[in-house]
Write a new protein. Structure first.
Length: 132
């Protein structure tokens, strides 16, 4: 959200009232040094990135990474427009393979080269008193 001149003026007046006119030059100098050091850090990070990436650095569209260009409504709208079938197909394939495997285990059919034992419902599940 961009800040207009009105808000900036109100913040300046509040700063003068809170800090006081005697200490205002000192804090203004500190603010200027802080902004200058941030610029130096940003420039050195940019030059280091340019040095490491080489000529590919100039090919990057940096405007697409600007957070002000993101619209949450557009992101949700695009996600809802994405075909549901494309997202469901891998899940459907996985479910069918799990169902097939579960069916083979229950019937005692061959699973991955080994004979899977059929479940014996008459025999109770073994109980280990030391494990519980």
């Amino acid at each position: 959200m961009p800040m207009g001149w009105d808000e900036l003026f109100v913040i300046l007046i509040l700063a003068v009232i809170i800090i006081g006119p005697q200490r205002m030059p000192e804090y203004a100098a500190k603010l200027a040094r802080g902004i200058r050091s941030m610029r130096v850090m940003a420039d050195s990070a940019k030059s280091q990135l340019r040095e490491q990436m080489g000529p590919e650095f100039d090919d990057i569209n940096w405007r697409q990474y600007d957070p002000r260009s993101y619209d949450p409504r557009k992101i949700v709208r695009d996600a809802l427009r994405e075909p549901l079938e494309a997202a469901w197909n891998p899940v459907r394939d996985e479910l069918s393979s799990v169902r097939e495997s579960a069916g083979q285990i229950g019937t005692g059919e061959v699973v991955s080269g080994e004979l899977a034992p059929a479940a014996d419902v008459r025999r109770p599940t073994p109980f280990d008193a030391d494990a519980t």
